[in-house]
Design a protein around this ligand. Structure first.
Ligand code: HEC
Ligand code: HEC
Ligand code: HEC
Ligand code: HEC
Ligand code: HEC
Length: 205
């Protein structure tokens, strides 16, 4: 905090004079600080603006691309080698969640693939297999628990995975391309004239 002694000389003078005259120092010091306060206020507004901006950016960021425990590439698997999405995400057309393949499924195929047997990433895969531990993949898409979403309904209606997840088969690291907000859901329901697609109870039970 400012003490009388380390204030700028002009303010010190005013403060001392006011003090001698027995006037309420605080008020007149604030008066003298007015020009300073203005710039401080602008500074504070600036900082608040940046903080709010970052919050909004974090909340609505349409790109979320975490580093995963193994560098698993959809481009190599679903792109180059054309493995079907449903081969690995086998519950997408049968249940609410699409599911992520088990370590056994990775190993079952990789046992037979000699080209990358010595790769450092495959060594990590084998370590999880030997320890009989699941790979702790970081979830990229997540709607809050109070929202009812089901893959089965959407996939059986004929929507492509890419309509909601983007060109996954080109991604070396999975990336979220949709913001998963309420308008994202309802805009598509409006477009498709989905039955009850805008009723609160359809998505909030
Ligand atoms: C149906 C077969 C199949 C399945 C299932 C499969 N992969 Fe692969 N994977 C491949 C093929 C094919 C390649 C490319 C090999 C090449 O480049 O010669 C590959 C490449 C990789 C690579 C790149 C290795 C390197 O260093 O270049 C990693 C890492 C990998 N897979 C991890 C996984 C993981 C983790 C899973 C399970 C979630 C998995 N794979 C499931 C067939 C499969
Ligand atoms: C060989 C198995 C395999 C194939 C084929 C595959 N995936 Fe995946 N997918 C995974 C694995 C493993 C993860 C978790 C690791 C990661 O995020 O990269 C994953 C993650 C994802 C995620 C992000 C999940 C989350 O956390 O939100 C989406 C979306 C996805 N896959 C869509 C697709 C689509 C669409 C296709 C077809 C174009 C496809 N996948 C094909 C294995 C596969
Ligand atoms: C109508 C939009 C939409 C379509 C179509 C869609 N998804 Fe999803 N996907 C989502 C949403 C929303 C989430 C987040 C769900 C949650 O948090 O419960 C998600 C999550 C995922 C996940 C994360 C794990 C899980 O089970 O929740 C995977 C993997 C995935 N989707 C794969 C696919 C695949 C593969 C297809 C195509 C067969 C597909 N999705 C089609 C919207 C969609
Ligand atoms: C890309 C377009 C698209 C997006 C994005 C989308 N939906 Fe849908 N949704 C549809 C279509 C099309 C249907 C109709 C399916 C049918 O006719 O069986 C549907 C149906 C539904 C149903 C079943 C409706 C009923 O009457 O029971 C629910 C629940 C639902 N969506 C929730 C969501 C939620 C929650 C989100 C966002 C997280 C979302 N949807 C995003 C296209 C979409
Ligand atoms: C098609 C699906 C869908 C429909 C229909 C829908 N919502 Fe939502 N709603 C969502 C999703 C998804 C979220 C989560 C969005 C997020 O986290 O940004 C959400 C979030 C909310 C929230 C929490 C907002 C917050 O800031 O936490 C409220 C409140 C809400 N919805 C009310 C409603 C009401 C009222 C209706 C009917 C007029 C409705 N919703 C219809 C999908 C839907």
């Amino acid at each position: 905090m400012l003490s009388v002694h380390n204030r700028p000389p002009k303010i010190q003078a005013i403060a001392k004079q006011e003090f001698r005259e027995g006037v309420r120092v605080n008020v007149s010091v604030l008066e003298a600080l007015k020009p300073l306060r203005k710039s401080a206020l602008l500074g504070i507004i600036g900082i608040v603006g940046i903080v709010v901006g970052l919050k909004i950016n974090a909340a609505y960021s349409t790109h979320l691309k975490p580093v995963q425990p193994i560098e698993f590439s959809h481009r190599i698997h679903a792109g180059e080698n054309q493995i079907e999405c449903l081969y690995c995400h086998s519950s997408a057309d049968r249940s609410p969640s699409a599911g992520v393949p088990s370590v056994a499924k990775c190993v079952g195929c990789h046992e037979r693939i000699a080209t990358v047997r010595d790769s450092a990433e495959i060594a990590k895969l084998n370590a999880y297999w030997q320890a009989q531990e699941p790979i702790p993949w970081i979830k990229v898409h997540d709607v809050p628990d109070f929202v009812h979403f089901t893959h089965k309904r959407h996939v059986l209606a004929g929507l492509e995975c890419q309509q909601c997840h983007g060109p996954v088969e080109t991604m070396d690291r999975i990336e979220r391309v949709a913001d998963l907000t309420m308008p994202w859901c309802t805009d598509c329901h409006t477009l498709n004239q989905t039955d009850n697609g805008l009723d609160c109870y359809t998505c909030h039970k």
